[in-house]
Design a protein around this ligand. Structure first.
Ligand code: PRP
Length: 235
C-alpha cells in the first residue's frame, strides 16, 4: 500500500510566485472602494478598474497582485473556493453564505446600507407577525430571510430572485420583499416602503483561511495595506 503524501499538491494560485488574486465586486461597492484602492498603491484610478474592456482579470501596479472583477455574491464564492485569496464583499453576502473557509479581518466601513423588509405602500403590517404563520417573500437572501422569520415563528415561503424583486408584490408573486436598501429610491419608485431593518451592512475585506496559512506573509502584507489606506482615508 502506498503511503499518503505528506503534503497535497497546491493549485497554481497557491504557489508563492503566482500573483495573489484580489476579487472585487462590480457596481456601487467598487465606486466607494476606489479611493481606498488608490491609497493601497494598487491602482492610480481605483474607480475605473476594468472600464472599456471585456476582460475580467487585471494586473495592478503591484506585480504580485492581480484583480478579478465579479458579482458581489460571487466574490465570496471565489474566495471560499480559493480562486481568489482575498476579496471585498458586503456583510450581507457573508451572512447569507456563512462560508467556513472565509475569514473577514477588516470592516472597510464603506458601502453602508441595510437588509430590510419592504411592502407595498398602503398595505398593513399584520402579515409578518406570528399571527400569520405563513408568508410569501421575494428575495435574493433566502437564508437570511428564512432565519429572520423563523425566529418570529413565521414560515416564510421564499421566491428566490437575483434582482428586480421590487416587482414581485405588484405582480402578486409575493406579499413582501427582503432586499438591500441604500437611499430608498428604488423602493419608492416601485410603490414600496421599508418597514423593518433586519441588519446593517458594510463592506468587508475577506480572506481564504487556507491561503492565509500557505502564504501568510503576502496576505498579511496586503491586509496591512488596506488597513493603512483606511486610516489615511479617515485622516
Ligand atoms: C440594490 C438593491 C436595490 C437597490 C437599492 O441593487 O437590490 O435594488 O440596490 O438601492 P437604493 O435604496 O439606493 O435605491 P444593486 O443596485 O446593488 O444591484 P443588484 O440588483 O444587482 O443587486
Amino acid at each position: 500500500m502506498n503511503a499518503a503524501p505528506d503534503t497535497l499538491p497546491q493549485p497554481i494560485s497557491e504557489t508563492s510566485d503566482a500573483p495573489l488574486i484580489l476579487a472585487l465586486p462590480k457596481g456601487r461597492i467598487l465606486k466607494a472602494l476606489g479611493p481606498v484602492l488608490e491609497r493601497t498603491g494598487l491602482f492610480d484610478d481605483g474607480s475605473a478598474i476594468g472600464e472599456g474592456t471585456r476582460s475580467l482579470r487585471f494586473p495592478t501596479l503591484d506585480p504580485n497582485v492581480d484583480v478579478v472583477r465579479v458579482r458581489s455574491f460571487d466574490v465570496a464564492t471565489f474566495v471560499a473556493h480559493g480562486g481568489a485569496q482575498i476579496g471585498v464583499c458586503g456583510a450581507d453576502v457573508l451572512m447569507e453564505f456563512d462560508y467556513p473557509d472565509i475569514y473577514a479581518p477588516l470592516d472597510l466601513g464603506i458601502g453602508g446600507c441595510r437588509i430590510s423588509i419592504a411592502r407595498p405602500v398602503g398595505s398593513g403590517q399584520h402579515d409578518t407577525t406570528a399571527a400569520s404563520s405563513h408568508l410569501r417573500v421575494a428575495t435574493k437572501y433566502p437564508t437570511i430571510t428564512r432565519r429572520h422569520f423563523a425566529a418570529k415563528g413565521v414560515n416564510a415561503e421564499i421566491v428566490h430572485l437575483h434582482g428586480a424583486m421590487e416587482l414581485a408584490p405588484t405582480l402578486d408573486m409575493a406579499s413582501i420583499i427582503v432586499d438591500l436598501v441604500d437611499t430608498g429610491s428604488t423602493l419608492k419608485a416601485n410603490g414600496l416602503r421599508e418597514t423593518d431593518v433586519i441588519a446593517h451592512v458594510t463592506s468587508r475585506l475577506i480572506v481564504n483561511r487556507v491561503a492565509l496559512k500557505t502564504r501568510p506573509d503576502a496576505i498579511r502584507a496586503l491586509i496591512e495595506r488596506f488597513r493603512n489606506a483606511l486610516q489615511e482615508n479617515a485622516a
